[in-house]
Design a protein around this ligand. Sequence first.
Ligand SMILES: CC/C=C\C/C=C\C/C=C\C/C=C\C/C=C\C/C=C\CCC(=O)N[C@@H](Cc1ccccc1)C(=O)O
Ligand SMILES: [Zn+2]
Ligand SMILES: [Zn+2]
Length: 447
Amino acid sequence: GAIQIPTVSFNPGEFNTTALAAFGEYIHKVFPTVFRTSFIQHEVVGEYSHLFTVQGSDPSLQPYMLLAHIDVVPAPDQGWEVPPFSGLERDGFIYGRGTLDNKNSVMAILQALELLLIRNYIPRRSFFIALGHDEEVSGAHGAQKISALLQARGVQLAFIVDEGSFILDGFIPSLKKPFAMVSVSEKGSLNLMLEVNKTPGHSSAPPKETSIGILAAAVSRLEQTPMPNMFGSGPLKMTLQQLANEFSFPANVIFNNLWLFWPIVSRLMEREDITNALVRTTTAVTMFNAGIKVNVIPPVAQATVNFRIHPAQTVQEVLKLAKDIVVDDRVQFHVLESFEPLPVSPFDDQALGYQLIRQTIQSVFPEINIVAPGTCIAQTDSRHYTNLTTGIYRFNPVYLQPQDFRSIHGINERISVQAYETQVKFIFEFIQNADTEQRPVSHLHEL
Ligand SMILES: CC/C=C\C/C=C\C/C=C\C/C=C\C/C=C\C/C=C\CCC(=O)N[C@@H](Cc1ccccc1)C(=O)O
Ligand SMILES: [Zn+2]
Ligand SMILES: [Zn+2]
């Protein structure tokens, strides 16, 4: 039902408002207990986002927050085996836009809460559920407003759990088993518009270089000159050390001795697009506009470059690096939008949010014996909540293979019915685990 409502975000401020309103009505209809429970307050923020405040019975416990978003990216029918807004089930899979990003989380959170309430469960620790409606176009109207509202109320959170990572299966060829990656940081971004202006004229007597040629050369230099490899800074080294014994020979020896082999490993990481995204600021030329007519020398050429900034770099550093690569003063640089990478959230034995996620993974996925900290290569709504907590964890309790990763924002996005049920189970247990006395937990791989 949730997949059938096309809550598409097109551009900042440009949403399917009819669908967003219908989605609000839909969750009222399918989760009646959540909406009529006296200790749960429901508020609509920024017209279409939802904030639930679940008042726990023990006010001495610091609250936490579960995040998800109800909007999705557009999905033209072309290439889909099943229409993207049909929500049809085929061979045990629910197909459709949002099944992995991120209506699975929206529905699993509410469904787990509904089930707990039906069983008369009363949480001890208060928690919030924030469902943004414009995550796919920056979160300015949803997450940012909820964050400001909670800050004005003086709320400070123990931690936040959002989308942004999975149980990864098959992303590293020599890794024998899947592992759970909990992202404790998130890359930043810089959207840079490069512009070249030239005097227009008749194409029969062209200048040696047109605005298009100059800009194309600049963009090509950016593509051909990757930003520096930052392997060794950030949580990646820790991720690989935790995974070391899971690799087959000789990779296990290499990953167990990063002090010696780091130059090889840092090069290895560059080979695949996804692992390359973990070791450096990436450069993606995403838009190129120029030319007005076949026989007119183009007056202006513009290109937009989307950099995803490694947690060990800043927006200013990347801007300077980009200018140093282009080295052409005919090219103007305009910063359209930027966001610094997020700090690394604690993931030690005392980090409540991280330990609760780890504990719940061990219980719901007993076959997973590695839970490792990682970096989210995309951006999430959680970036708007750094004012409320230092503990931000991005984890979807769902198995993800490389072809599933490509389906996110792509075609044939799907989730198995069993995976969705397991996600509900995970949140059902997580909420209860957050209410129990926390003792330091032993690490499974050390047992
Ligand atoms: C050692 C580790 C080895 C292997 C693992 C490597 C990588 C991880 C593999 C898979 C990726 C796992 C997680 C997911 C990444 C993305 C999906 C989750 C969230 C996507 C959120 C998103 O798309 N956000 C937008 C937000 C945005 C919208 C508009 C303007 C700016 C930002 C985005 O980032 O574009
Ligand atoms: Zn998402
Ligand atoms: Zn998305």
